[in-house]
Design a protein around this ligand. Structure first.
Ligand SMILES: Cc1cc2nc3c(=O)[nH]c(=O)nc-3n(C[C@H](O)[C@H](O)[C@H](O)COP(=O)(O)OP(=O)(O)OC[C@H]3O[C@@H](n4cnc5c(N)ncnc54)[C@H](O)[C@@H]3O)c2cc1C
Length: 601
């Protein structure tokens, strides 16, 4: 069975040494409390992830969810784990005190989230989906809706879902058919079918709060006619507790490739009572509040899975004896050398390590931006929001793409045993696969990045971010040992701006150029962003080593991993740069009918 140990040393490195979290918290109103509790949260979160969630991960995969007599049964131990999570006060940690939250910064929840995603992704999605619902209600709900639903979600006694997708539409939500008919008392009757709804039904909590996209009878066509509704599984009674059953049922469960422990439901709404969140036909804005939080959450899933896969493939590579090192035996007393001596096995391990640690730095940087948006002063909040908007599709798309690659490398380290279920490595790959799809596929994130976040504001936000990288390179380039990092980073950083302009010019002639470049552009951007964090981590490590730190091995490993990233992973930008500037012609030249000519007669 796979094991997991929360990487607390590295989380503390990123929080304390790389990103100055103590100062960051002190700069937030009421942030002092976060400084005081951060250690306890890390320690307790680690225990929960290691001792409660990890042992349930493989059980959840093997048992899956079942629909029996109209009830969704989750795997053994999932409900008890959820009760412990609620008793521990985890759902309320970063929520608004007015509705029962503890008011701690969101970044603390994001740190905990990495540990949950590493230890049991499928379980983590039950409380995870509540976050999107809470954030939509917090930002767009009336006080009455907040009192009724947000308080229960924050308490954890009710969980939430996001009901967007329908059989005929996922990406293009303007096509939804679910209807909401206004009633005299101000409520709505919601009818329609939603598919692929994560945590859509279960009995882990007393009630489920569905956030549902639907159309009013007179709604304009397309995405300008979408409204958002809260539709509970059980209608709140006079005391605000789960009362009568509403017209929402789980029609069936999907049989899927991974995350078996999470119930992915077809949800039928039959004249279900619902209440509008936000303004009529303005559901898209509320939906994006939900989705942006969820997109960063999915990026964390990608990184969390890399960490879990890495820890297990490392243990195996140290233990498994096969062949001798090419340069001569490294363990002559044994029948063969452990496979960790082989350069190719090290390539796979270091790829995982570099993406996990680099991804953690990116996520916790993003987490500070989230804190500033939520709690900072007006100016800080506005600036943070802009950079957060730019980085969100990178976090989502890049970390899930490399998450799938890295978990696959983890499997590969095990050789044929990686393909065998009992080792648990193939589960990480299967679980990671969905992260590239839901909350908007990689292709859609890429269009958001290049189209909306970069080109639509004439590269202004990108300029702000690349200026930050440029300043950093200038400041540290003369420091001993930094040239090897700042030279390639500053060259790429400049090229990023130049190539963006080039693509922008082509896009003015033909909009298809954006779609043709977008995914390579996103990967290219992701490698540079991680390169920025790896340069900073290398700088800290070199300083610590020069000072004669007692943790020499830790900092040397950090520096070695930075060098691996720069030597082996950052150069992938070359291929992406070539592809993203190759233009749309090679993609669009072929006639649609010609695609099938090799087999269609
Ligand atoms: C396990 C699981 C859990 C899920 N959980 C939820 C949930 O909780 N709530 C919810 O509402 N939904 C959920 N989803 C749905 C998920 O978000 C969608 O599947 C996803 O957004 C893609 O939509 P689709 O499947 O309809 O694909 P489509 O939209 O049909 O896309 C098919 C392909 O076309 C590409 N494509 C589409 N449009 C464009 C374009 N304009 N430009 C370029 N490429 C394009 C896509 O990238 C994709 O490769 C879940 C799905 C799964 C499988």
């Amino acid at each position: 069975m796979p094991t997991y140990k929360a990487p607390l040393r590295d989380i503390r490195f990123v929080m304390n040494e790389l990103l100055g979290y103590e100062e960051h918290y002190k700069s937030l109103p009421d942030g002092e409390e976060a400084v005081e509790v951060v250690d306890a949260i890390l320690e307790e979160g680690a225990k929960f992830a290691e001792n409660v969630l990890t042992p349930l991960n493989q059980i959840g995969d093997q048992q899956g969810c079942k629909l029996e007599d109209g009830k969704v049964r989750v795997p053994e131990g999932f409900t008890e784990a959820y009760q412990q999570y609620v008793e521990g006060g985890w759902p309320s940690m970063a929520q608004n005190p007015e509705y029962g939250g503890q008011g701690l910064p969101h970044s603390l929840g994001m740190v905990l989230n990495e540990m949950i995603c590493s230890s049991n992704l499928a379980w983590g999605m039950y409380p995870g989906l509540s976050h999107g619902a809470m954030s939509a209600l917090e930002h767009h709900g009336t006080d009455e809706l907040k009192q009724t639903y947000l308080t229960k979600l924050i308490e954890g006694s009710w969980t939430g879902t996001m009901c967007l997708t329908e059989p005929h539409c996922g990406t293009d939500l303007g096509l939804i058919k679910t209807k909401a008919l206004p009633q005299d008392d101000g409520s709505f009757k919601v009818s329609g079918t939603k598919i692929f709804i994560s945590a859509g039904d279960h009995e882990m909590a007393e009630n489920i709060v569905h956030l549902v996209l639907a159309k009013l009878p007179d709604a304009p066509a397309g995405s300008k006619g979408i409204s958002l509704f809260v539709v509970p599984k059980f209608l709140p009674d006079a005391e605000g507790e789960a009362g009568e059953r509403n017209g929402v049922t789980c029609g069936s469960l999907e049989h899927k490739m991974g995350i078996h422990g999470n119930s992915t439901c077809v949800m039928n709404f039959d004249d279900a009572s619902g209440w509008m969140v936000g303004q009529p036909n303005k559901g898209l804005a509320a939906m994006f509040t939900m989705m942006n939080a969820a997109r960063i959450g999915v990026g964390i899933q990608g990184q969390g899975l890399i960490e879990a896969s890495y820890q297990n493939s490392l243990a195996y590579a140290r233990d498994r004896l096969q062949m001798r090192a090419l340069s001569g035996a490294k363990a002559p007393e044994k029948a063969a050398d452990p496979i960790i001596v082989h350069p190719d096995v090290r390539r796979m391990l270091l790829t995982q390590k570099a993406f996990s640690e680099g991804g953690r730095a990116l996520i916790l940087f993003t987490a500070q931006l989230v804190d500033k948006v939520e709690h900072g002063n007006e100016e800080d909040s506005k600036e943070a929001d802009e950079i957060l908007g730019l980085l969100t599709p990178i976090v989502k798309a890049f970390l899930t793409e490399v998450g799938f690659e890295a978990t696959n490398e983890g499997l590969q380290v095990f050789g044929g045993h990686g393909f065998i279920q009992e080792w648990g490595m193939e589960q990480f790959v299967r679980d990671a696969r969905i992260t590239r799809l839901y909350e908007g596929t990689t292709g859609i994130q890429a269009l958001d990045l290049l189209g909306r976040k970069v080109l639509m504001n004439q590269g202004e936000t990108l300029k702000k971010f690349t200026k930050q990288i440029h300043k950093y390179c200038q400041t540290v380039s003369k420091e001993e040992g930094m040239h090897e990092f700042t030279k390639p980073l500053s060259e790429l950083n400049k090229e990023w701006g130049d190539l963006t302009m080039k693509i922008g010019m082509s896009a003015m002639q033909n909009r298809d150029e954006v779609g043709a470049a977008a995914v390579d552009y996103t990967m290219y951007a992701g490698y540079i962003v991680l390169g920025y964090f790896w340069a900073q981590m290398a700088e800290i490590a070199q300083k610590k080593l020069a000072e004669g730190t007692e943790e020499k091995a830790y900092y040397q490993a950090k520096l070695d991993t930075a060098r691996f990233y720069y030597a082996r992973l950052l150069p992938r930008t070359r291929a992406h740069a070539a592809a993203m500037t190759a233009g749309a012609d090679s993609l669009l030249a072929m006639d649609e009918a010609a695609f099938g000519l090799t087999f269609e007669v």
